[in-house]
Design a protein around this ligand. Structure first.
Ligand code: KG4
Ligand code: ZN
Length: 340
């Protein structure tokens, strides 16, 4: 069985063909970074227009790489929640059209479950049951995951997502877009103890939520003081940029690692799966591995190429197909987080 999966939740246009042995036959990820760079963040209208332009070329190239024709597809899956409404719609309309034209079933993919499924793809079914930590540009969520499709929300950010905070602080420091990777590169040369930054909510083990907006403001005050946003005028020394980047990254990593292990303690689970764009962060991966080693927790972090948005993780569609869960052609987008 060959399943086409489409992913257009934010600013990556991606397609993959995966078979029922979870082998990836072909995939393409078309990034829009260059379109959003000058705005310092994803502009929803630009993202949806770019998806429209890219969808058919991405589809053609994915099939070419897989060595398949449209007629070889047995089902079409699409991430329909959560994400940017206009972006989601492009993938959904493409998937519905193909399903109808090819007379094959349509399968709905929850993008957050798919981020955790990236760990399953790399490591096998033993990753479940687990605590799932999803850290991306749009989400910072902790779940009790009893199976690939059985998620219960334990906690989430009450303001900015971790990736969003990385992106905004990187922009204050004059680092290039996308901010997460460039801030983590700058942090390598920095001293994480050069500045004292807060660890919001870390001292509240009974509350599995996150907050990153105050941390971002703390960095802003260190740069320009209250009420000012004139970062462009700053002439920051490379040392100050590196130290602030390292101090900020360490604070975020402390919160993410701390809360994930508080969730393990609260649920009694002994396995942790981590996915989403920020899971590509080297310091986060290192600190998670250290703590998991200390506490004998089984840790699975998504492989680097499956951390940021991609259609391969849409292979979770095979789980729905096995469970007989097909979507009607009336399937709609659900842009907000579904509190499962
Ligand atoms: O999962 P993703 O591709 O998209 C969403 O679903 O949001 O995550 C993108 C986010 C961006 O905020 C980006 O800055 C962040 O992941 N990111 C990183 C790193 N690589 C990507 N953040 C920190 N360190 C990284 N190495
Ligand atoms: Zn994502």
């Amino acid at each position: 069985m060959n399943v086409l999966t489409l992913e257009t939740t934010c600013d990556e246009t991606s397609a993959a063909v995966v078979n029922d042995r979870l082998e990836v036959l072909g995939t393409v990820v078309a990034s829009q970074d260059e379109l959003h760079r000058r705005f310092g963040g994803v502009v929803p209208e630009i993202a949806s227009r770019a998806h429209l332009e890219r969808m058919l070329p991405v589809l053609d190239e994915t099939l070419r790489r897989a060595g398949l024709a449209l007629g070889d597809l047995d089902a079409v899956a699409v991430a329909h929640t959560p994400g940017l409404a206009g972006s989601l719609l492009v993938g959904l309309v493409a998937a519905k059209t193909l399903a109808m034209a090819l007379d094959v079933p349509l399968v709905a993919v929850n993008h957050l479950q798919a981020h955790i499924y990236a760990c399953r793809l790399a490591a096998g079914p033993e990753v479940f049951p687990c605590v799932g930590l999803i850290v991306s540009g749009g989400h910072t969520n902790l779940y009790r995951c009893l199976g690939p499709l059985d998620f219960t929300l334990l906690g989430a950010t009450i303001d900015d997502a971790a990736g969003e905070a990385f992106d905004k602080v990187a922009s204050m420091l004059g680092l290039p877009y996308p901010g997460g990777p460039s801030l983590s590169r700058a942090a390598v040369q920095g001293d994480p103890n050069a500045y004292r930054l807060p660890r919001p909510m870390l001292d509240e083990p009974d509350r599995l939520d996150f907050s990153f907006s105050g941390l971002k403001t703390a960095v802003r005050y260190l740069l320009v003081g209250p009420g000012r946003h004139d970062f462009e005028q700053l002439e920051l020394s490379p040392k100050k940029v590196a130290d602030l980047a390292a101090a900020f990254q360490e604070a975020v990593v402390d919160c993410l690692v701390g809360k994930a292990f508080q969730a393990l303690a609260a649920t009694g689970l002994r396995t942790l799966c981590v996915g989403g764009g920020v899971a590509a962060n080297a310091r986060l991966r290192q600190r998670l591995a250290e703590r998991a080693g200390d506490e004998s927790v089984a840790l699975y972090v998504a492989p680097m190429e499956l951390c940021t948005d991609n259609a391969v993780m849409g292979a979770i569609a095979l789980e729905r197909i096995r469970a007989g869960q097909f979507a009607p052609l009336t399937l709609d987008v659900k842009p907000g987080v579904v509190r499962a």
